[in-house]
Design a protein around this ligand. Sequence first.
Ligand SMILES: Nc1ncnc2c1ncn2[C@@H]1O[C@H](COP(=O)(O)OP(=O)(O)O)[C@@H](O)[C@H]1O
Ligand SMILES: [Mg+2]
Length: 247
Amino acid sequence: MPGRASNYKRRRREVGKALATARGLFVTFEGGEGAGKSTQIRLLAETLRANGHTVVTTREPGGSAGAEALRHVLLSGAAEPFGVRMEALLFAAARADHLDCVIRPALARGEIVLCDRFVDSSRVYQGVTGNIEPPLMAALERVSIGSTMPDVTLVLDLAAAEGLQRARRRAGASAEGASPDRFEKEKLEIHEKRRQGFLDIAAREPERCRVVDGSLEVEHIARDILSEVTRVMAGRASGDGGQAARS
Ligand SMILES: Nc1ncnc2c1ncn2[C@@H]1O[C@H](COP(=O)(O)OP(=O)(O)O)[C@@H](O)[C@H]1O
Ligand SMILES: [Mg+2]
């Protein structure tokens, strides 16, 4: 019965549209140290708020009370002697709390969540350069994230040496971040491997990930990111997941 089938399709489109508007937008920023994640989140949040959107900016590890308690343990290096598996489990625990307490409630209110690092950082830091076996990584993702994947992930791509130099300059300018954290301290070749790890994820998941050239000027990158996020928002409003605007 063709009539019934097309009714069903129309109904499904309507439901999809309603869900898309009820559910906020989840945007994550990924990339190495000093690639410009925090800078771009700040600028995007400012612009979106100026346009009347409610925006939650948050970060990992941390972002919720429980996860911030673990952030200190993870970044100070206190968990490092217990091995990468221990660290991976703690990152996953922190992420589960962050999702439950901050990210999912904001999305349910229809807000835009901009998150500094998320699952791809675990895939790269604990998976690629931590050598955690893929089945364990997949299991941790399942329990920590479930089905709450980002709508868009912006991968800021920058040569590791340049990123670290920027991070060091930034540290010099702030009393609080004067010494490098557990991950910033590692060798340049490890950071380059991570850069490639992020690019590999983006190549595998092109619907979700956009690679942005982090060596460009701050304002240029901000414009590219804004147009990407605007495109996805427009696509959701029209119920096609952004496909029409992308092609
Ligand atoms: N596109 C850019 N070009 C030059 N410097 C930048 C750029 N983006 C950020 N920076 C500077 O580099 C440093 C690191 O940027 P930040 O946004 O903190 O990186 P991340 O959060 O990825 O570690 C900061 O001092 C920032 O002002
Ligand atoms: Mg940062």
